[in-house]
Write a protein that binds this ligand. Structure first.
Ligand code: NAP
Length: 250
């Protein structure tokens, strides 16, 4: 059975990715992973006649990976599209951050993202692709995001290395690095006032373009001219100078 696997599909970018894959109508089933089962069920109804299968699981629980592997094995799944998207962000000074928040970012943004790839890649074949959702926060260490920006830098390095490893198998890996998006994580006009000064991106546009870019073999996608510009600047200006410029914000 040809499937797509989308993590963090119960809201925001992951839910929009599910709608985008459903529109394409080129897989037999879309497996949507997150903790909130009812949200996944609503999404499945919304996307009909596409077959969306809710897979409610907590990706910070190691047992989830055994369960996911068993499901893939039993269904003889061929993963054509993997959207490795589930993520968590807590901003603020490191000293004020709770251990729970730190754990969540490391367990979800680093460990779970890596293990999703580990479990899913053996079920991918020539012509299939994976999108790893990173962030513009990975371009330069971000003051006030000492854990999140480091976790997303891990995701970027991981994705780029994996891309090179999987090239010979005809599997593409693309790192998507978005800036602000109006989701539960970063509600426009919410408490992300500082971030809110920067432009917000269209979920609809990002998801559709990401699918096109990843299927065409692209390795890196930064949506929006503002953030593309930031990426270029981050490659030219020494990071120490860029960090200095943001020091006073927190
Ligand atoms: N929003 C932004 O401005 C922004 C910018 C750059 C990058 N990103 C990245 O974009 C990705 C999507 O985030 P979003 O903005 O769409 O945020 P969101 O609306 O908060 O979505 C996060 C998703 O992750 C799932 N999730 C959280 N903890 C989980 C767990 N333990 N196990 C399984 N699933 C879990 C959530 O579902 P449940 O709660 O139901 O489990 C939800 O579906 C993340 O990787 C984020 O870092 C976001």
């Amino acid at each position: 059975m040809n499937i797509a696997v989308i993590t963090g599909a119960s809201s925001g970018l992951g839910a929009e990715f599910t709608r985008a894959v459903a529109e394409q109508n080129d897989v037999d089933e879309i497996w949507v992973v997150a903790r909130r089962k009812e949200r996944l069920e609503e999404l499945a109804k919304e996307c009909a006649p596409a077959h969306v299968r809710p897979v409610p699981m907590d990706l910070t629980d190691r047992k989830s990976f055994t369960e996911l592997k068993k499901m893939l094995e039993e269904e003889r799944a061929n993963i054509q599209i993997l959207i490795n998207n589930a993520g968590y962000c807590s901003c603020g000074l490191f000293e004020d951050m709770s251990e729970k928040d730190i754990d969540m970012m490391i367990d979800l943004d680093i460990k779970a993202m890596t293990l999703v790839n580990r479990v899913c890649i053996p079920y991918m074949n020539k012509g299939s692709y994976a999108v790893i959702v990173g962030s513009v926060s990975s371009f330069v260490p971000v003051v006030g995001q000492a854990v999140y920006s480091a976790a997303k830098a891990y995701a970027r390095f991981h994705g780029q290395a994996l891309r090179a490893e999987l090239k010979k198998k005809g599997i593409n890996v693309m790192v998507l690095s978005p800036g602000n998006m109006d989701t539960e994580m970063n509600v426009r006009g919410g408490d992300g006032e500082k971030a809110g000064r920067l432009p917000y991106l269209s979920l609809k546009k990002i998801t559709r373009t990401s699918l096109k870019q990843a299927s065409a073999g692209k390795g890196f996608y930064t949506p929006g001219w503002f953030y593309k510009g930031y990426r270029i600047v981050s490659k030219i200006v020494p990071h120490a100078m860029m960090i200095k410029a943001t020091e006073g914000m927190f």
